[in-house]
Ligand binder design. Structure first.
Ligand code: ATP
Ligand code: MG
Length: 231
């Protein structure tokens, strides 16, 4: 999608372009992803999506966060859930303490209302990962997780779920069965074609709906701006 400043801070703090500079061409491209998602859902409403990739570090979390911001900026009540219960980052991005979150709601320790937090962005609430559990896949496969997503779909206009990579663990596949659509992030120059195909085949099992992919980390040039494709 874009090359970020190589001198970006090395700590865990992250900066969201859509929040800092909504008028930048990069923010415009996140809005283009939003528009394409809305186009892909003409006949049936898509209220919840999971964002995943074949391998690690494709840019899933940064895409999920920026997409959540542009949905909220459009006036839609948006929820971003960090369902990467192995390597969570959403609480860093939105500077939240993560004392409770998805894992605490799933084990019944906290209510959803207490765990979901306001972000600095109007209309955007965050359910961070919470304490890292020993059994992420089991928690994500639970009926409580299905109920949580159903509740979120009812109380928010749009729900975005950040997930681990498909080829590493089964978590994203589990979530893909519980949401309306799955979106892949493919990192330019890093993601192997065969791995993408393999990840796609794993998700596309008849029970999940693959919406398309975002090609991340593309050198932007004047002519070609278009990086999103759907199926
Ligand atoms: N287009 C980009 N240009 C430069 N850096 C990027 C770009 N996209 C992502 N990054 C950086 O790459 C790293 C991985 O990004 P991110 O955490 O969003 O990926 P991820 O797919 O969620 O990773 P993981 O598999 O660990 O969950 C981060 O440090 C992020 O800031
Ligand atoms: Mg991530």
């Amino acid at each position: 999608m874009f090359k970020r400043n190589k001198k970006a801070p090395q700590n865990n703090m992250r900066h969201l372009i859509t929040q800092l500079n909504p008028r930048s061409p990069i923010s415009e491209q996140y809005r283009a992803i939003r528009t394409n998602l809305q186009f892909s859902a003409i006949d049936e409403q898509i209220k919840s999506i999971v964002i995943t990739s074949a391998g690690p570090a494709a840019g899933k979390s940064i895409t999920a966060a920026n997409l959540a911001v542009v949905y909220a900026q459009q006036g839609m009540k948006t929820l971003l859930i960090d369902a990467d219960l192995r390597k969570p980052t959403v609480h860093y991005t939105f500077r939240l303490d993560n004392l409770s979150g998805l894992s605490s709601v799933l084990i019944g320790e906290t209510s959803f209302e207490d765990a979901a937090e306001d972000s600095a962005v109007d209309n955007l609430q965050i359910l961070s990962c919470g304490p890292i559990p020993p059994n992420p896949a089991e928690l994500l496969a639970s009926k409580r997780m299905s109920d949580l997503i159903a509740y979120a779909e009812e109380h928010y206009d749009f729900v975005i779920i950040d997930a681990p990579p498909v080829l590493a663990v089964t978590d994203a596949k589990i979530i893909s069965h519980k949401v309306d659509g799955t979106m892949f992030v493919i990192r330019n120059g890093q993601t192997d074609k065969e791995h993408v195909q393999k990840a796609y085949d794993i998700i596309n099992d008849g029970k999940a709906r693959v919406l398309g992919a975002v090609l991340n980390d593309v050198e932007r040039d004047e002519e070609s701006y278009y990086y999103y494709y759907g199926n």
